[in-house]
Design a protein around this ligand. Sequence first.
Ligand code: ATP
Ligand code: MG
Length: 354
Amino acid sequence: MTDRYRIALIPGDGIGHEVLPPARAVLDAVARRHGIDLTYDEFDWSCQRYLEQGAMMPADGLDQIRGHDSILLGAVGWPGVPDHVSLWGLLIPIRREFRQYVNLRPIRVLDGVPSPLRSELTDPGVDFVVVRENSEGEYSEIGGRLNRGLPSEMAIQESVFTREGVTRILDYAFDLAGQRRGVLTSATKSNGIIHTMPFWDELLQERAADYPGVQWNQEHIDALAAKVVLNPSRFDVIVGSNLFGDILSDLAAAIAGSIGIAPSANLNPEREFPSMFEPVHGSAPDIYGQGVANPLGAIWSASMMLDHLGHPEAGAEVLEAVFGVLADSPVRTRDLGGTAGTEEFTREILGRIG
Ligand code: ATP
Ligand code: MG
């Protein structure tokens, strides 16, 4: 039996166009070996499209990809196009419409990729996942400005945490911890944020009862950020609200060495809608067109896509090839201290797949 999937490819802007073809080449190589049939539809949704046609995507764009099994995205953003246009014109509508309420960012300090931290701090190995709530919390549209220009001027921004929204992200994080090393850390700040964070903490305690196999604790975000730097090896799964998860995942990605290798997933765990996989890095206008972009963030994201589609053995094979090349081949892109271009680096990885 062949498993068939339709993938929506959105290269987006800049090096998004240079990192998606390598991701696709790796996917195709590994899919063949596992009897997986992937077909792709490519969409030109981007800042370029916005500049030419006035919109990041067509009015019926979401309907065009609703039926796909997954979305693989390169990078979105370009100088001269404000971030709110690229975010609200493409990424946020996709995340919302397809209920991608989990943002997942695996963090690993890999052999062959120097971390900015001293090696004593990263021993015996760093391998954790940040689970960020991706749909509510601090990033709400509720609020506004009062008394503009007056001495009494003020700005108010409301956070919204719902029982449904918090419970589902905590359940996801507990489940994930249960499949990994069984340790969950929850980010809080209930000593300063006295309504929403105690609610989050209460729900954490409530949900924990259903996961007796998971050892859990909570830490204030300030202390937690310090521990992620000083003792990153002790973490397995860290769960945080939209804001806390956002900050922690960038901090943690920095620990891992290069933004060029960091992957992410925006998941609809119920699989009612397509999930979206994208490298953490942006469109990198400074290197676009030179053929030197590191494709690993996109390739690792593609491996997460295979996991999500139900083929973790294929996903693991991709990572084995990537980690193997980093650990024992000198071939790598400039951001990792090498001299190879995108194509040569990709060939090196393809060479390790079957
Ligand atoms: P965005 O606003 O879209 O996040 P940005 O300008 O903040 O974009 P990036 O586009 O991620 O950030 O670029 C940050 C720096 O990292 C740039 O110097 C860029 O060249 C470098 N960089 C990003 N991605 C890669 C990659 N895949 N390979 C090599 N260098 C990269
Ligand atoms: Mg940026």
